[in-house]
Design a protein around this ligand. Sequence first.
Ligand SMILES: NC(=O)c1ccc[n+]([C@@H]2O[C@H](COP(=O)([O-])OP(=O)(O)OC[C@H]3O[C@@H](n4cnc5c(N)ncnc54)[C@H](O)[C@@H]3O)[C@@H](O)[C@H]2O)c1
Length: 361
Amino acid sequence: MAKKIGLVGVGWMAAYHVAGYRSAGADVVAIADNNPAAAKAASQKYGVDRIFGEPKELYAAITDLDAVSIITPNAFHYPLVMEALAAGKHVFCEKPPALNAAEVGEMVDAADKAGKTLMFNFNNRARPESYAMREYLRTGAVGRINSAQATWIRRNGIPGFGGWFTTKKLSGGGPVIDLLHMIDLALHFMGYPEPQFVLGQTFSDFIDNKEFKGPWGIPDVEGGVTDVEASAHAFVTFKSGQVLSIRNSWAEMNEREVVSVVFQGQKAGGKIQRLFRVEGVDATCIDSCELYTQENGFPVNRTIIVEADETMGRTRSAKNFALVLEGKEAPLNVAREALTLMKIIDGIYASAKSGRPVEIG
Ligand SMILES: NC(=O)c1ccc[n+]([C@@H]2O[C@H](COP(=O)([O-])OP(=O)(O)OC[C@H]3O[C@@H](n4cnc5c(N)ncnc54)[C@H](O)[C@@H]3O)[C@@H](O)[C@H]2O)c1
């Protein structure tokens, strides 16, 4: 029988969850959103007629619900995931997993205790480029990755001023936590090693400058709070001897918006990259997937050709969650990895505050 899935929070990101679940043959049966106008609009858009203000009403009314997506602002991930697990539901939660590692630790323990699947939407793992690169890693073509560079740098990309994105209490922070995807993807390729030290710095230049607002995000909130960073640079060492450099920004004088993981392995190097479309210059975003090897005495650059996916894996990652529930696919992520990721993010903020390296492990 098709799995029954509910959505909690039906703003911008919900469309990808609906498309992914439906492509896996699952049924989206109900919506909960504490903004009645948002709930009503989503009900019409997705053709889902059972709508609720509170998730607990949804769980009480639809007792055979299998799973739920949590797609709310970041601060509500922790309480809503805990509530869903307590109600006996499998959970697919948007990124970031929560505001900090302490919350994620409790979420992971609660999922283990409840015997339920808890996955997070690290959708970049579901990009065609990532599926391809995993094959090269799996077959040993890359060898151990010694070092990697994770980058998500926007030049003018602040997602609105004074709303939940720029209010630390609601978001957990700025681009470090919002654009954590490439940090996760680099760690995923590296085998999620155990971090040891983190050294980081954050900058808040431009965070109040409206010229640096992105063309997406949420409307500005007059008199709202803007207390997060605009950019960050960090370096992480692992107990295994591997190392990771990180650059994330919403607003920084970069050439253009670049999203990439570059790595250096013992047998080959590689890169997955998206150059975001520059209006009036590029027709589309430019995605690439490359491997750098030494063959027959020559340095060789291989281009791996995959299908284009404008959604950056967002639909495919929701499909994966639904197929995991059916036992038809392995999960693209496990909750315990999110704990390691959040320890690194906590470490970047703590190091930026203290001016010192932070020992994690
Ligand atoms: N994976 C990705 O590529 C990606 C992209 C964008 C956003 N996100 C994440 O998705 C989440 C939502 O982002 P968005 O852009 O859709 O936000 P949004 O502001 O467009 O929508 C959030 C929705 O949640 C509702 N909501 C707020 N608190 C709630 C509560 N306690 N209970 C029920 N509903 C509640 C709001 O009314 C709103 O409709 C965030 O965590 C964000 O980081 C992920």
